[in-house]
Write a protein that binds this ligand. Structure first.
Ligand code: FE
Ligand code: FE
Ligand code: FE
Length: 571
Protein backbone atom coordinates (compact mmCIF):
# COMPACT_ATOMS: atom_id res chain seq x y z
CA UNK A 1 0.00 0.00 0.00
CA UNK A 2 1.16 3.51 -0.77
CA UNK A 3 -0.16 6.61 1.00
CA UNK A 4 0.57 9.62 -1.14
CA UNK A 5 -0.23 13.33 -1.25
CA UNK A 6 -0.22 13.92 2.52
CA UNK A 7 1.98 15.97 4.83
CA UNK A 8 4.21 13.88 7.09
CA UNK A 9 4.51 15.00 10.71
CA UNK A 10 8.05 13.93 11.57
CA UNK A 11 8.13 13.70 15.36
CA UNK A 12 11.85 12.92 15.40
CA UNK A 13 13.14 15.94 13.45
CA UNK A 14 10.10 18.10 14.33
CA UNK A 15 9.40 18.89 10.66
CA UNK A 16 6.29 18.72 8.52
CA UNK A 17 6.74 18.04 4.80
CA UNK A 18 5.07 16.28 1.84
CA UNK A 19 5.87 12.58 1.69
CA UNK A 20 4.82 9.27 0.20
CA UNK A 21 4.73 6.32 2.57
CA UNK A 22 5.03 2.75 1.34
CA UNK A 23 3.72 -0.08 3.51
CA UNK A 24 4.46 -3.77 3.18
CA UNK A 25 2.25 -5.99 5.33
CA UNK A 26 2.52 -4.61 8.89
CA UNK A 27 5.65 -2.54 8.35
CA UNK A 28 6.56 0.81 6.84
CA UNK A 29 8.77 -0.05 3.86
CA UNK A 30 9.79 3.38 2.61
CA UNK A 31 9.23 7.10 3.03
CA UNK A 32 10.15 9.38 0.14
CA UNK A 33 9.47 12.87 -1.18
CA UNK A 34 6.00 13.62 -2.52
CA UNK A 35 7.21 13.90 -6.08
CA UNK A 36 8.13 10.22 -6.21
CA UNK A 37 5.69 8.27 -8.30
CA UNK A 38 3.75 5.64 -6.43
CA UNK A 39 4.94 2.11 -7.03
CA UNK A 40 3.03 0.45 -9.84
CA UNK A 41 0.66 -2.28 -8.78
CA UNK A 42 0.30 -0.99 -5.25
CA UNK A 43 -2.94 -0.01 -3.59
CA UNK A 44 -2.71 3.78 -3.60
CA UNK A 45 -4.34 5.87 -0.87
CA UNK A 46 -4.86 9.53 -1.71
CA UNK A 47 -4.07 11.54 1.42
CA UNK A 48 -4.30 15.00 -0.10
CA UNK A 49 -5.47 17.51 2.51
CA UNK A 50 -4.35 15.26 5.35
CA UNK A 51 -1.42 15.08 7.72
CA UNK A 52 0.16 11.72 8.55
CA UNK A 53 1.15 11.11 12.16
CA UNK A 54 2.14 7.97 14.05
CA UNK A 55 -0.65 6.27 16.03
CA UNK A 56 -1.13 7.61 19.56
CA UNK A 57 0.43 5.67 22.42
CA UNK A 58 -0.94 5.92 25.94
CA UNK A 59 1.87 5.11 28.38
CA UNK A 60 -0.36 4.78 31.44
CA UNK A 61 -4.02 3.95 31.63
CA UNK A 62 -6.55 1.74 33.34
CA UNK A 63 -8.95 0.28 30.77
CA UNK A 64 -11.30 -0.41 33.68
CA UNK A 65 -11.93 3.33 34.08
CA UNK A 66 -13.98 3.21 30.87
CA UNK A 67 -15.96 0.30 32.35
CA UNK A 68 -15.75 -1.57 29.05
CA UNK A 69 -13.99 -4.87 28.38
CA UNK A 70 -10.84 -4.49 26.23
CA UNK A 71 -12.71 -5.35 23.03
CA UNK A 72 -15.23 -2.56 23.46
CA UNK A 73 -12.60 -0.17 24.76
CA UNK A 74 -10.60 -0.79 21.57
CA UNK A 75 -13.63 0.09 19.44
CA UNK A 76 -13.95 3.43 21.25
CA UNK A 77 -10.23 4.27 21.30
CA UNK A 78 -9.13 3.34 17.75
CA UNK A 79 -11.40 5.88 15.99
CA UNK A 80 -9.77 8.48 18.27
CA UNK A 81 -6.34 7.58 16.89
CA UNK A 82 -5.13 5.51 19.84
CA UNK A 83 -3.24 2.52 18.47
CA UNK A 84 -1.29 1.34 21.54
CA UNK A 85 -1.89 1.48 25.27
CA UNK A 86 0.13 0.36 28.27
CA UNK A 87 -2.58 -0.79 30.63
CA UNK A 88 -2.29 -1.21 34.37
CA UNK A 89 -5.16 -3.60 35.11
CA UNK A 90 -4.98 -2.91 38.82
CA UNK A 91 -8.72 -2.63 39.30
CA UNK A 92 -9.26 -6.15 37.95
CA UNK A 93 -6.21 -7.30 39.93
CA UNK A 94 -7.70 -5.99 43.15
CA UNK A 95 -10.90 -7.94 42.52
CA UNK A 96 -9.60 -11.18 41.02
CA UNK A 97 -5.84 -11.23 41.58
CA UNK A 98 -3.64 -12.77 38.88
CA UNK A 99 -6.73 -14.17 37.18
CA UNK A 100 -7.95 -10.57 36.72
CA UNK A 101 -4.65 -9.46 35.17
CA UNK A 102 -4.64 -12.46 32.84
CA UNK A 103 -8.28 -11.82 31.89
CA UNK A 104 -7.41 -8.27 30.79
CA UNK A 105 -4.37 -9.53 28.85
CA UNK A 106 -6.14 -12.40 27.15
CA UNK A 107 -9.24 -10.34 26.32
CA UNK A 108 -6.92 -8.05 24.34
CA UNK A 109 -5.31 -10.80 22.22
CA UNK A 110 -6.16 -10.43 18.53
CA UNK A 111 -7.67 -6.94 18.84
CA UNK A 112 -6.55 -4.29 16.36
CA UNK A 113 -5.45 -2.20 19.37
CA UNK A 114 -1.97 -2.97 20.71
CA UNK A 115 -2.35 -3.63 24.42
CA UNK A 116 0.78 -3.85 26.53
CA UNK A 117 0.48 -4.59 30.23
CA UNK A 118 2.30 -3.26 33.26
CA UNK A 119 2.31 -5.55 36.30
CA UNK A 120 0.02 -4.08 38.94
CA UNK A 121 2.05 -3.43 42.08
CA UNK A 122 -0.63 -1.97 44.32
CA UNK A 123 -2.85 -4.89 45.12
CA UNK A 124 -4.09 -3.58 47.49
CA UNK A 125 -3.05 0.09 47.42
CA UNK A 126 -2.01 0.03 51.06
CA UNK A 127 -1.86 -3.33 52.86
CA UNK A 128 -3.69 -3.50 56.17
CA UNK A 129 -6.03 -0.56 55.67
CA UNK A 130 -8.58 -2.36 53.50
CA UNK A 131 -9.20 -5.87 52.23
CA UNK A 132 -9.28 -6.28 48.48
CA UNK A 133 -9.87 -9.47 46.55
CA UNK A 134 -6.17 -10.36 46.36
CA UNK A 135 -2.70 -9.45 47.50
CA UNK A 136 0.36 -9.25 45.26
CA UNK A 137 3.90 -9.65 46.51
CA UNK A 138 7.21 -10.12 44.74
CA UNK A 139 6.31 -13.65 43.55
CA UNK A 140 3.24 -12.46 41.63
CA UNK A 141 5.17 -9.60 40.01
CA UNK A 142 8.02 -11.95 39.09
CA UNK A 143 5.57 -14.37 37.46
CA UNK A 144 3.85 -11.58 35.51
CA UNK A 145 7.17 -10.28 34.18
CA UNK A 146 7.71 -13.69 32.55
CA UNK A 147 4.91 -12.86 30.09
CA UNK A 148 6.14 -11.29 26.84
CA UNK A 149 3.46 -8.58 26.80
CA UNK A 150 4.13 -7.52 30.40
CA UNK A 151 6.69 -4.77 29.93
CA UNK A 152 7.34 -3.51 33.43
CA UNK A 153 5.97 -2.50 36.81
CA UNK A 154 2.81 -0.41 36.96
CA UNK A 155 2.55 2.66 39.16
CA UNK A 156 4.12 1.98 42.54
CA UNK A 157 1.65 3.96 44.64
CA UNK A 158 2.85 2.78 48.01
CA UNK A 159 5.53 5.49 47.94
CA UNK A 160 5.82 5.65 51.71
CA UNK A 161 6.50 1.92 51.59
CA UNK A 162 9.33 2.52 49.10
CA UNK A 163 10.80 5.43 51.05
CA UNK A 164 10.54 3.65 54.41
CA UNK A 165 11.62 0.34 52.85
CA UNK A 166 8.58 -1.65 53.91
CA UNK A 167 9.17 -5.33 53.06
CA UNK A 168 6.39 -6.02 50.53
CA UNK A 169 7.01 -3.13 48.19
CA UNK A 170 10.79 -3.28 48.66
CA UNK A 171 10.79 -6.91 47.50
CA UNK A 172 8.65 -5.96 44.50
CA UNK A 173 11.04 -3.16 43.53
CA UNK A 174 13.99 -5.52 43.95
CA UNK A 175 12.40 -7.94 41.50
CA UNK A 176 11.91 -5.11 39.01
CA UNK A 177 15.51 -3.97 39.41
CA UNK A 178 16.95 -7.46 39.14
CA UNK A 179 15.08 -8.04 35.90
CA UNK A 180 15.91 -4.63 34.42
CA UNK A 181 12.20 -3.92 34.10
CA UNK A 182 10.68 -0.56 33.40
CA UNK A 183 9.41 0.76 36.76
CA UNK A 184 6.67 3.37 36.74
CA UNK A 185 5.35 5.33 39.69
CA UNK A 186 2.89 7.70 41.28
CA UNK A 187 4.26 9.70 44.18
CA UNK A 188 1.56 12.36 44.75
CA UNK A 189 2.92 15.79 45.75
CA UNK A 190 6.16 14.69 47.40
CA UNK A 191 9.45 16.41 46.51
CA UNK A 192 12.88 16.90 48.01
CA UNK A 193 14.53 14.00 49.78
CA UNK A 194 11.48 11.76 49.50
CA UNK A 195 11.27 12.21 45.74
CA UNK A 196 15.00 11.58 45.40
CA UNK A 197 14.74 8.42 47.49
CA UNK A 198 11.92 7.14 45.32
CA UNK A 199 13.91 7.85 42.14
CA UNK A 200 17.05 6.30 43.60
CA UNK A 201 15.06 3.10 44.07
CA UNK A 202 14.70 3.05 40.29
CA UNK A 203 11.09 4.19 39.88
CA UNK A 204 11.28 7.06 37.45
CA UNK A 205 7.85 8.30 36.39
CA UNK A 206 4.89 10.05 37.99
CA UNK A 207 1.44 11.20 36.85
CA UNK A 208 0.45 13.46 39.69
CA UNK A 209 -1.29 16.68 38.67
CA UNK A 210 1.64 19.12 38.89
CA UNK A 211 2.15 22.77 38.01
CA UNK A 212 4.78 23.86 35.48
CA UNK A 213 7.48 24.29 38.12
CA UNK A 214 6.73 20.82 39.46
CA UNK A 215 6.96 19.31 35.98
CA UNK A 216 10.35 20.97 35.38
CA UNK A 217 11.62 19.97 38.83
CA UNK A 218 10.79 16.33 38.17
CA UNK A 219 12.26 16.37 34.65
CA UNK A 220 15.51 17.82 35.98
CA UNK A 221 15.83 14.71 38.17
CA UNK A 222 15.51 12.45 35.15
CA UNK A 223 11.89 11.58 35.81
CA UNK A 224 9.37 10.93 33.04
CA UNK A 225 6.38 13.15 33.80
CA UNK A 226 3.18 11.53 32.59
CA UNK A 227 0.84 14.42 31.80
CA UNK A 228 -2.77 13.42 32.54
CA UNK A 229 -5.21 14.70 29.95
CA UNK A 230 -8.35 13.38 31.62
CA UNK A 231 -10.73 16.20 32.50
CA UNK A 232 -10.74 15.38 36.20
CA UNK A 233 -6.99 16.01 36.44
CA UNK A 234 -6.10 18.03 33.36
CA UNK A 235 -2.35 18.70 33.50
CA UNK A 236 -2.06 19.81 29.86
CA UNK A 237 -2.04 23.60 30.57
CA UNK A 238 0.80 23.10 33.09
CA UNK A 239 2.72 21.00 30.55
CA UNK A 240 2.40 23.75 27.94
CA UNK A 241 3.58 26.29 30.51
CA UNK A 242 6.55 24.05 31.34
CA UNK A 243 7.32 23.77 27.65
CA UNK A 244 7.38 27.59 27.46
CA UNK A 245 9.67 27.80 30.49
CA UNK A 246 12.13 25.13 29.47
CA UNK A 247 11.80 24.59 25.75
CA UNK A 248 11.11 21.10 24.38
CA UNK A 249 10.76 18.63 27.22
CA UNK A 250 11.77 15.14 26.24
CA UNK A 251 10.74 13.96 29.69
CA UNK A 252 7.03 14.53 29.15
CA UNK A 253 4.55 11.95 27.84
CA UNK A 254 0.78 12.41 27.59
CA UNK A 255 -1.36 9.78 29.33
CA UNK A 256 -5.05 9.40 30.17
CA UNK A 257 -4.84 7.35 33.39
CA UNK A 258 -8.62 7.28 33.96
CA UNK A 259 -11.24 8.25 31.35
CA UNK A 260 -14.89 7.68 32.31
CA UNK A 261 -17.19 6.33 29.57
CA UNK A 262 -19.11 9.57 29.03
CA UNK A 263 -15.87 11.51 28.61
CA UNK A 264 -14.46 8.93 26.19
CA UNK A 265 -17.56 9.27 24.00
CA UNK A 266 -17.91 13.06 24.18
CA UNK A 267 -14.33 14.36 24.43
CA UNK A 268 -12.15 11.48 23.32
CA UNK A 269 -9.13 9.66 24.64
CA UNK A 270 -5.46 10.64 24.24
CA UNK A 271 -6.47 12.72 21.20
CA UNK A 272 -8.09 15.27 23.53
CA UNK A 273 -4.71 15.80 25.22
CA UNK A 274 -2.97 16.51 21.90
CA UNK A 275 -5.84 18.78 20.89
CA UNK A 276 -5.81 20.78 24.11
CA UNK A 277 -2.01 21.11 24.12
CA UNK A 278 -2.18 22.68 20.65
CA UNK A 279 -5.04 24.93 21.76
CA UNK A 280 -2.96 26.11 24.73
CA UNK A 281 -0.14 27.04 22.40
CA UNK A 282 2.16 24.04 22.08
CA UNK A 283 3.32 23.52 18.46
CA UNK A 284 1.40 20.61 16.95
CA UNK A 285 4.53 18.61 16.22
CA UNK A 286 5.58 18.82 19.91
CA UNK A 287 2.12 17.81 21.11
CA UNK A 288 2.00 14.83 18.72
CA UNK A 289 5.55 13.87 19.75
CA UNK A 290 4.48 13.72 23.42
CA UNK A 291 1.79 11.20 22.48
CA UNK A 292 3.80 9.08 20.00
CA UNK A 293 7.60 8.97 19.89
CA UNK A 294 8.21 9.87 23.54
CA UNK A 295 5.84 7.25 25.00
CA UNK A 296 7.19 4.65 22.53
CA UNK A 297 10.71 5.28 23.80
CA UNK A 298 9.55 5.34 27.40
CA UNK A 299 7.84 1.97 26.95
CA UNK A 300 10.92 0.66 25.07
CA UNK A 301 8.81 0.00 21.98
CA UNK A 302 11.40 1.13 19.48
CA UNK A 303 9.41 -0.04 16.45
CA UNK A 304 6.52 2.31 17.31
CA UNK A 305 5.99 6.06 17.50
CA UNK A 306 7.56 7.19 14.21
CA UNK A 307 6.68 7.02 10.53
CA UNK A 308 9.96 5.65 9.18
CA UNK A 309 11.13 2.54 7.28
CA UNK A 310 11.19 -0.57 9.47
CA UNK A 311 8.71 0.76 12.01
CA UNK A 312 5.27 -0.75 12.46
CA UNK A 313 2.67 0.76 10.17
CA UNK A 314 0.54 2.43 12.88
CA UNK A 315 -0.47 5.61 11.05
CA UNK A 316 -3.16 8.26 11.44
CA UNK A 317 -4.64 10.46 8.77
CA UNK A 318 -5.45 13.81 10.36
CA UNK A 319 -7.71 16.12 8.36
CA UNK A 320 -7.15 19.16 10.61
CA UNK A 321 -3.83 19.15 12.43
CA UNK A 322 -4.52 22.06 14.79
CA UNK A 323 -7.90 20.66 15.78
CA UNK A 324 -6.22 17.25 15.82
CA UNK A 325 -9.16 15.58 14.17
CA UNK A 326 -8.52 11.94 13.27
CA UNK A 327 -9.89 10.97 9.85
CA UNK A 328 -8.56 7.41 9.75
CA UNK A 329 -6.57 4.98 11.90
CA UNK A 330 -4.23 2.28 10.61
CA UNK A 331 -2.70 -0.42 12.82
CA UNK A 332 -0.21 -2.96 11.52
CA UNK A 333 -0.80 -1.79 7.95
CA UNK A 334 -4.58 -2.29 8.10
CA UNK A 335 -7.23 0.40 8.36
CA UNK A 336 -9.14 -0.01 11.61
CA UNK A 337 -11.29 3.12 11.73
CA UNK A 338 -12.41 5.93 9.47
CA UNK A 339 -14.55 9.01 10.11
CA UNK A 340 -14.86 8.30 13.83
CA UNK A 341 -16.20 4.77 13.27
CA UNK A 342 -14.66 1.32 13.34
CA UNK A 343 -14.64 -0.22 9.87
CA UNK A 344 -15.71 -3.43 11.59
CA UNK A 345 -16.40 -3.91 15.28
CA UNK A 346 -13.66 -5.88 17.03
CA UNK A 347 -14.37 -9.45 17.93
CA UNK A 348 -12.94 -11.50 20.75
CA UNK A 349 -13.20 -15.21 21.32
CA UNK A 350 -12.20 -14.75 24.94
CA UNK A 351 -14.77 -15.47 27.65
CA UNK A 352 -14.31 -13.91 31.07
CA UNK A 353 -13.70 -16.48 33.82
CA UNK A 354 -16.55 -17.70 36.01
CA UNK A 355 -15.04 -15.90 39.01
CA UNK A 356 -15.46 -12.58 37.20
CA UNK A 357 -19.14 -13.21 36.64
CA UNK A 358 -19.83 -13.92 40.32
CA UNK A 359 -17.82 -11.36 42.19
CA UNK A 360 -20.26 -9.65 44.54
CA UNK A 361 -20.05 -11.80 47.65
CA UNK A 362 -22.32 -10.03 50.12
CA UNK A 363 -25.38 -11.44 51.85
CA UNK A 364 -28.82 -10.04 51.05
CA UNK A 365 -29.04 -6.97 53.26
CA UNK A 366 -31.93 -5.37 55.13
CA UNK A 367 -32.54 -1.97 56.73
CA UNK A 368 -31.26 -3.32 60.07
CA UNK A 369 -27.86 -3.94 58.52
CA UNK A 370 -27.50 -0.18 58.08
CA UNK A 371 -28.34 0.73 61.69
CA UNK A 372 -25.46 2.08 63.76
CA UNK A 373 -25.87 0.12 66.96
CA UNK A 374 -24.35 0.73 70.37
CA UNK A 375 -25.14 1.22 74.00
CA UNK A 376 -25.39 4.34 76.15
CA UNK A 377 -27.40 7.46 75.59
CA UNK A 378 -25.25 9.38 73.18
CA UNK A 379 -22.61 8.80 70.57
CA UNK A 380 -19.65 10.92 69.62
CA UNK A 381 -19.56 10.54 65.85
CA UNK A 382 -16.49 11.35 63.79
CA UNK A 383 -18.03 12.73 60.64
CA UNK A 384 -16.35 12.98 57.24
CA UNK A 385 -16.55 16.49 55.81
CA UNK A 386 -15.38 17.87 52.47
CA UNK A 387 -15.73 14.37 51.03
CA UNK A 388 -13.12 12.99 53.40
CA UNK A 389 -10.62 15.80 53.43
CA UNK A 390 -11.69 16.79 56.95
CA UNK A 391 -13.05 15.11 60.04
CA UNK A 392 -15.53 16.75 62.44
CA UNK A 393 -17.16 15.58 65.67
CA UNK A 394 -20.85 15.55 66.46
CA UNK A 395 -22.74 14.37 69.53
CA UNK A 396 -25.79 12.38 68.48
CA UNK A 397 -28.54 10.76 70.54
CA UNK A 398 -28.76 6.98 70.88
CA UNK A 399 -32.30 5.59 71.07
CA UNK A 400 -33.23 1.93 71.42
CA UNK A 401 -29.59 1.02 70.91
CA UNK A 402 -29.24 2.93 67.62
CA UNK A 403 -27.53 6.20 66.74
CA UNK A 404 -30.14 8.69 65.54
CA UNK A 405 -28.65 10.75 62.73
CA UNK A 406 -31.45 10.94 60.12
CA UNK A 407 -32.95 14.14 61.59
CA UNK A 408 -29.75 16.00 60.73
CA UNK A 409 -30.45 16.97 57.10
CA UNK A 410 -26.82 17.45 56.07
CA UNK A 411 -25.72 13.92 57.06
CA UNK A 412 -25.65 10.68 55.10
CA UNK A 413 -24.37 7.29 56.16
CA UNK A 414 -21.51 5.66 54.25
CA UNK A 415 -21.30 1.91 54.61
CA UNK A 416 -18.48 -0.13 53.07
CA UNK A 417 -18.96 -3.89 52.78
CA UNK A 418 -16.20 -6.31 51.93
CA UNK A 419 -17.46 -8.09 48.80
CA UNK A 420 -14.71 -10.53 47.83
CA UNK A 421 -15.65 -13.31 50.20
CA UNK A 422 -12.44 -13.14 52.21
CA UNK A 423 -13.89 -11.54 55.37
CA UNK A 424 -17.27 -10.59 56.83
CA UNK A 425 -16.08 -7.01 57.43
CA UNK A 426 -18.15 -3.93 56.96
CA UNK A 427 -17.92 -0.50 58.50
CA UNK A 428 -20.03 2.65 58.58
CA UNK A 429 -19.26 6.32 59.07
CA UNK A 430 -21.29 9.51 58.70
CA UNK A 431 -20.63 11.96 55.88
CA UNK A 432 -21.50 15.65 56.03
CA UNK A 433 -22.56 17.85 53.14
CA UNK A 434 -22.60 15.44 50.18
CA UNK A 435 -25.97 16.86 49.17
CA UNK A 436 -27.96 13.64 49.35
CA UNK A 437 -31.49 14.47 50.57
CA UNK A 438 -33.17 11.07 50.40
CA UNK A 439 -32.74 7.55 49.08
CA UNK A 440 -29.38 5.84 48.57
CA UNK A 441 -26.56 5.38 46.06
CA UNK A 442 -24.32 2.33 45.80
CA UNK A 443 -21.42 1.01 43.75
CA UNK A 444 -19.02 -1.92 43.55
CA UNK A 445 -16.40 0.24 41.74
CA UNK A 446 -14.53 2.03 44.51
CA UNK A 447 -10.76 2.44 44.38
CA UNK A 448 -8.85 0.34 44.81
CA UNK A 449 -10.32 -2.58 46.70
CA UNK A 450 -13.67 -2.27 44.90
CA UNK A 451 -15.73 -3.21 47.88
CA UNK A 452 -19.44 -2.40 48.04
CA UNK A 453 -19.95 1.25 48.97
CA UNK A 454 -23.43 2.46 49.95
CA UNK A 455 -24.21 6.10 50.73
CA UNK A 456 -27.72 6.80 51.96
CA UNK A 457 -30.23 8.79 53.92
CA UNK A 458 -32.58 5.85 54.42
CA UNK A 459 -31.47 2.44 55.71
CA UNK A 460 -34.17 0.62 53.72
CA UNK A 461 -33.08 2.29 50.50
CA UNK A 462 -29.44 1.52 51.32
CA UNK A 463 -30.33 -2.15 51.59
CA UNK A 464 -32.32 -2.00 48.34
CA UNK A 465 -29.41 -0.37 46.50
CA UNK A 466 -26.97 -2.97 47.84
CA UNK A 467 -29.31 -5.81 46.89
CA UNK A 468 -29.84 -4.42 43.39
CA UNK A 469 -26.08 -4.52 42.82
CA UNK A 470 -25.83 -7.97 44.37
CA UNK A 471 -28.32 -9.23 41.80
CA UNK A 472 -26.80 -7.29 38.88
CA UNK A 473 -23.29 -8.56 39.64
CA UNK A 474 -22.17 -5.03 40.48
CA UNK A 475 -22.30 -1.54 39.02
CA UNK A 476 -23.98 1.64 40.15
CA UNK A 477 -27.48 1.93 41.62
CA UNK A 478 -29.68 4.80 42.76
CA UNK A 479 -32.72 3.99 44.90
CA UNK A 480 -35.49 6.04 46.48
CA UNK A 481 -38.53 4.89 48.45
CA UNK A 482 -37.69 1.29 47.65
CA UNK A 483 -37.67 1.94 43.88
CA UNK A 484 -34.55 1.49 41.75
CA UNK A 485 -34.28 4.82 39.90
CA UNK A 486 -31.18 3.91 37.88
CA UNK A 487 -29.00 0.85 37.52
CA UNK A 488 -25.77 0.75 35.50
CA UNK A 489 -24.89 -2.93 35.62
CA UNK A 490 -21.20 -3.87 35.56
CA UNK A 491 -21.43 -7.64 35.74
CA UNK A 492 -17.76 -8.39 34.90
CA UNK A 493 -15.97 -8.37 38.26
CA UNK A 494 -18.44 -5.70 39.39
CA UNK A 495 -16.47 -3.07 37.45
CA UNK A 496 -16.87 -3.76 33.70
CA UNK A 497 -19.58 -4.40 31.17
CA UNK A 498 -19.06 -6.38 27.96
CA UNK A 499 -20.92 -3.74 25.92
CA UNK A 500 -20.09 -0.75 23.70
CA UNK A 501 -18.78 2.25 25.64
CA UNK A 502 -21.59 4.44 24.23
CA UNK A 503 -24.22 2.20 25.83
CA UNK A 504 -22.40 2.19 29.15
CA UNK A 505 -22.14 5.99 28.97
CA UNK A 506 -25.92 6.33 28.61
CA UNK A 507 -26.52 4.28 31.76
CA UNK A 508 -23.89 6.29 33.65
CA UNK A 509 -25.65 9.50 32.62
CA UNK A 510 -28.94 8.05 33.87
CA UNK A 511 -27.32 7.17 37.19
CA UNK A 512 -25.84 10.67 37.53
CA UNK A 513 -29.23 12.23 36.73
CA UNK A 514 -30.90 10.07 39.40
CA UNK A 515 -28.20 11.02 41.91
CA UNK A 516 -28.86 14.66 41.02
CA UNK A 517 -32.57 14.18 41.67
CA UNK A 518 -31.66 12.81 45.11
CA UNK A 519 -29.54 15.90 45.79
CA UNK A 520 -26.00 14.92 44.77
CA UNK A 521 -25.52 17.16 41.77
CA UNK A 522 -21.74 17.44 41.84
CA UNK A 523 -19.66 14.46 40.66
CA UNK A 524 -21.73 11.61 42.12
CA UNK A 525 -19.41 9.01 40.52
CA UNK A 526 -16.33 10.52 42.12
CA UNK A 527 -18.07 10.77 45.48
CA UNK A 528 -18.62 7.02 45.53
CA UNK A 529 -15.46 5.80 43.83
CA UNK A 530 -12.74 7.80 45.55
CA UNK A 531 -14.24 7.94 49.03
CA UNK A 532 -12.59 4.71 50.29
CA UNK A 533 -9.09 5.03 48.75
CA UNK A 534 -6.70 5.11 51.72
CA UNK A 535 -3.86 6.89 49.89
CA UNK A 536 -5.97 10.02 49.28
CA UNK A 537 -5.93 12.66 52.05
CA UNK A 538 -7.17 12.78 54.70
CA UNK A 539 -9.80 10.39 56.16
CA UNK A 540 -11.17 7.38 54.28
CA UNK A 541 -13.83 4.82 55.12
CA UNK A 542 -12.90 1.26 54.14
CA UNK A 543 -14.44 -2.15 54.85
CA UNK A 544 -12.17 -2.30 57.90
CA UNK A 545 -13.03 1.06 59.42
CA UNK A 546 -12.23 4.75 59.30
CA UNK A 547 -8.64 5.36 58.15
CA UNK A 548 -6.52 8.34 59.12
CA UNK A 549 -4.45 8.39 55.92
CA UNK A 550 -1.54 10.46 57.19
CA UNK A 551 -1.04 8.22 60.24
CA UNK A 552 -2.07 5.06 58.33
CA UNK A 553 -4.14 4.04 61.37
CA UNK A 554 -7.79 3.41 62.18
CA UNK A 555 -9.86 5.76 64.32
CA UNK A 556 -13.28 4.89 65.78
CA UNK A 557 -16.15 6.37 63.77
CA UNK A 558 -18.49 6.23 66.76
CA UNK A 559 -17.79 6.33 70.48
CA UNK A 560 -20.70 5.53 72.74
CA UNK A 561 -21.07 7.58 75.90
CA UNK A 562 -23.13 6.70 78.93
CA UNK A 563 -25.21 9.27 80.84
CA UNK A 564 -22.38 10.24 83.23
CA UNK A 565 -19.81 11.03 80.55
CA UNK A 566 -22.40 12.98 78.62
CA UNK A 567 -23.16 15.07 81.67
CA UNK A 568 -19.46 15.62 82.28
CA UNK A 569 -19.04 16.73 78.70
CA UNK A 570 -21.99 19.07 79.08
CA UNK A 571 -20.43 20.61 82.18
FE1 FE B 1 -2.01 6.85 39.84
FE1 FE C 1 -3.09 5.29 37.33
FE1 FE D 1 -7.66 2.57 40.94
Amino acid sequence: MVITGGLLVNVLTREIYPATVGICEDTIAYVTGAEDAAVAGAQVVDARGCWLTPGLIDAHMHIESTHATPQHFADAALPRGVTCVAQDPHEMANVLGLEGVHAMRRAAVGLPLRVLTLASTCVPSVPGMETSGAEFGAAEIDALLDEADVIGLAEVMDFWGVIRQKPRVTEIVKVGRARGALMTGHIRQLGGRELNTYLAAGIDSDHEQLDAAGILARSRLGMTVEICCCQARDTIPAAVEAWRMGGPLDAVVFVTDDIPPQELISAGHLDQGVRRAIQWGMPAVEAVRAATLLPARRLRQYDLGLIAPGRKADILLIDDLNAFHVAATMVNGRWAARGGQMLEPSTSAYAMPESALHSVHVPRLSAEDFAVVGHGSRARARVLAQRGRELKERLLPVRAGQVVWQDQPDLALVSVWHRHGRTQDHASVLLEGCGLQRGALATTYAHDAHNLVVVGRDPGDMAAAANALREAGGGYAAVCAGQVLALAALPVAGILADRPVAEIAVEFDQFCAAAGDLGVSEQPLKLLTSLPLPVVPSFRPTDRGLVDVQRQAFIPAFEFLDEDTTNQEAR
